[in-house]
Design a protein around this ligand. Structure first.
Ligand SMILES: [Zn+2]
Length: 318
């Protein structure tokens, strides 16, 4: 037997085995199934050049795409208790966490970074769908809080890029508690007068949709992204009706007023820069000048109406 297993079997294996080509050079589009060379895919920001399908991005790719010159600095997020409920389904939660960490190289499903976008200091929190479906547990909640605090500290806009299946069921009620926590964190950013923008990517669902992801001053969605609360199948079974074409897709939600802008990934950064610019610099940069006393400003307490730039201001109603 030993001659058979030690000599013959490896020889046969070597003959039958496929040549040793790295399998990550070619990617299959998940929509049209076309094979795309990895370099083309990277150049095209992971959008299929055949059908325009937007594939999911790793958070570091997302951050590099949005920050000026792809430069950013991630911040260290607070440590949280691991597996507080000692949860186990088909696998122990601690084992799932360990696997996700080794697969992604991240501690949890969120990265928080700061840098400049269009020359403006900006804080961005990006989700990692590859880490347990981007689900929100305590660590993600802490990440959102850290991002909000950093934005307030730097007086910078906060951008959040969710890609999440919702709450992390392995943390039960503790994961649901992250919904009010992140909502309050976002509220504090708004109270500080700072823009809060959500870039909805595929998929944004569940408890993430039901909290901070729907609270943006502006909602930008990526083309074709699935955005919703419950899954389409669950809704269909509940209401016993067939759902309309394109239900829960970015374009459908734009038509129905749930998102403000839908963009293709190639235009995302420029759109973000433009929106930030409008929100942060609302007035034309011009000197404040006094109108003559007997001009339109008559009746104003100090005798002169201040007009900024070239904006036409109607005379005050009396
Ligand atoms: Zn495709």
């Amino acid at each position: 037997m030993s001659w058979l297993s030690n000599f013959v079997r490896p020889k046969i294996r070597a003959l039958v085995a496929k040549p040793d080509v790295p399998d990550n050079l070619w990617h299959k589009c998940t929509k049209c199934e076309a094979m795309i060379f990895h370099r083309d895919l990277e150049q095209n920001l992971h959008v299929c050049q055949h059908c325009g399908h937007h594939m999911r991005l790793k958070p570091e790719e997302r951050l590099a795409m949005l920050f000026d010159d792809g430069k950013f600095e991630t911040i260290k997020l607070p440590k949280v208790p691991a597996d507080p409920l000692k949860f186990r389904d088909s696998k122990r939660y601690v084992d799932r966490l360990r696997d996700a960490r080794s697969k992604t190289g991240h501690q949890d499903a969120i990265l928080v970074a700061h840098g400049t976008v269009g020359g403006m200091n900006t804080v961005i929190a990006a989700f990692d769908f590859g880490f347990m479906g981007g689900s929100m547990g305590i660590a993600v909640g802490e990440g959102m809080l850290a991002a909000a605090n950093l934005a307030r500290l730097q007086e910078a806009p906060l951008i959040v890029v969710p890609a999440s299946g919702g709450a992390r069921m392995q943390e039960g009620i503790l994961s649901l508690m992250q919904m009010p926590r992140t909502t309050i964190a976002v509220q504090q950013v708004k109270e500080a007068g700072l823009p809060y923008i959500v870039i909805l990517t595929d998929p944004t669902t569940g408890g993430v949709t039901a909290s901070f992801a729907m609270l943006g001053d502006i909602h930008i969605a990526e083309h074709g992204a699935q955005i919703g609360f419950a899954g389409a199948r669950v809704i269909e079974e509940t209401i016993r009706e067939t759902l309309p074409e394109g239900f829960q897709r970015a374009e459908y939600l734009l038509e129905h007023g749930m998102v403000d802008i839908v963009v293709r990934r190639g235009d995302l950064r420029d759109t973000l820069v433009r929106v930030l610019d409008i929100l942060r610099r609302p007035l034309p940069p011009a000197e404040v000048i006094d109108l003559p006393v007997d001009g339109v400003g008559k009746g104003v307490s100090d005798g002169a109406l201040q007009v900024t730039g070239t904006v036409d201001q109607p005379p005050p109603a009396e």
